[in-house]
Design a protein around this ligand. Structure first.
Ligand code: AMP
Length: 416
């Protein structure tokens, strides 16, 4: 048996990275008072396959299936739509209040697997729903950046763009199309197709001949209304105030069609990271909540890819270790002392000490070697004499000094 193409196992010797990262994310969200929401991995087909959503991700990459009763289902390819479905269904949106929520879970896309691109992958994301306000746009960008930055990942930049409102986008889309139609034959196959389905995505093309054609294309910025320009400037001003490194990228459109206004992407410029250098991204959506049956309110969100955060952190030598814990090994000198050693081990474990015990029947010397090999800080040694005198020997494995400590004083000794 083999794992499915594009999936991976997190093996026991690397799972600490995931636990560390997930804990980091939960802590950051708590700090920013964003509440956790968990929605199902699969939803009814229509939650993702909406009329207005013609992105490749939804039209070509979803895992769609029928359940045994013939209902059409989709494994979620992204987090936002399911979360909004839940918020609307549970009537969590109240006037004049901003709902702040985050998720963390697996998504599924039938993509061509490569480094940093999988068919099952994890994302965490935040959604702020209920108001359109430059402070919120800047705040959400700062949270995304902070999660990455406080992990210790350097060389990160926020790419920013403003897509305008629906009307602006439509006007720009038409202008872009008029410009590109006469040049259609020179476009890449993908871009040719996008000319009909989603011309804005052509801006995103990685093909150099497409980019050469685009040099003289109309630019989106010139279509923005004064209000949108002012809004964008306010967002940028706040980011500058809080020293968030950003770059304006007029070609940034993002993969999903529901975005309007401010969009952003967090990119890592790390050697060895390869072409999949987006750690995450997001943007504002004006119509999505209403489209999913909710009130007519705006929202803004982002998603970060956990695999890419791990790859980026590893490339930068980040260790994923908790602050060094003083590890204690409880060793028994002979078979008769094993029960008492186990008893001490359980007591220390309940006190929250990072402690190990040898469940097998290894000789004392082997147990000690093992503790030294793993660079534990202390060994608590117990044999017949210790049991008789209600004591233990505590050996400092670094200095190799040893002391007799009364059984009842072990915790006081270790706390010191
Ligand atoms: P998106 O939902 O497409 O806006 O992607 C947001 C982030 O999720 C990306 O920047 C990646 O970090 C991550 N991501 C998206 N698709 C994949 C994938 N197939 N494999 C791994 N990570 C992904």
């Amino acid at each position: 048996m083999q794992k499915v193409k594009g999936t991976y196992d997190v093996l026991p010797n690397e799972s600490h990275k995931w636990l560390f990262l997930e804990k980091h994310i939960h802590m950051m969200m708590k700090k920013h008072q964003v509440d956790y929401v968990r929605t199902p991995v699969f939803e009814y087909f229509d939650v993702f396959h909406r009329q207005t959503e013609a992105s490749d991700m939804v039209t070509k990459e979803t895992y769609d299936f029928e359940d045994r009763s013939g209902r059409k289902m989709t494994l979620r390819p992204e987090g936002t739509a399911g979360v909004i479905r839940s918020i609307v269904e549970n009537k969590l949106i109240t006037p004049n209040q901003i709902l702040k929520t985050y998720y963390l879970g697996a998504n599924y896309r039938y993509e061509r697997p490569q480094k940093g691109r999988y068919r099952e992958f994890y994302q965490t994301g935040v959604e702020f729903i209920g108001e359109k306000n430059a402070l919120l746009d800047a705040e959400i960008i700062q949270i995304a950046y902070e999660i990455v930055h406080t992990l210790g990942i350097q060389e990160v930049v926020v790419k920013l763009n403003h897509l305008g409102n629906t009307d602006t986008r439509l006007k720009y889309q038409n202008a872009l199309k008029s410009f590109l139609v006469p040049l259609k034959d020179q476009l890449s196959e993908d871009s040719k197709m996008r000319l009909e389905s989603n011309p804005l995505r052509i801006l995103d093309s990685k093909v150099s001949s497409d980019q050469a054609i685009l040099i003289n294309a109309p630019v989106l910025k010139e279509f923005l209304t004064d209000t949108d320009q002012a809004y964008f400037k306010s967002v940028i001003k706040i980011l500058e105030q809080y020293h968030i490194p950003y770059e304006i990228d007029e070609k940034l459109v993002r993969g999903l069609d529901y975005y309007s206004h401010v969009v952003f992407e967090i990119q890592a410029n790390i050697d060895g990271f390869g072409s999949q250098n987006a750690l995450g991204g997001g943007g504002r959506y004006d119509d999505l909540v209403a489209e999913l049956g909710g009130p007519n309110v705006s929202g803004i969100g982002f998603a970060l890819g956990l695999e890419r955060l791990i790859i980026a952190a590893e490339l930068q030598g980040i260790s994923f270790e908790e602050d060094e814990l003083h590890h204690v090994a409880v060793l028994h000198m002979d078979h008769e002392s094993k029960n008492q050693a186990y008893h001490i081990y359980k007591k220390l474990l309940n006190e929250g000490i990072h402690v190990t015990f040898d469940f097998s029947n290894k000789a004392f010397k082997t147990q000690l070697k093992h503790a030294l090999f793993h660079q534990y800080a202390y060994a608590i040694i117990i044999g017949k004499d210790e049991i008789d005198t209600n004591t233990v020997q505590i050996k400092n494995l670094v200095t190799q000094t040893q002391e007799v400590v009364s059984m009842k004083d072990i915790m006081t000794y270790l706390n010191k």
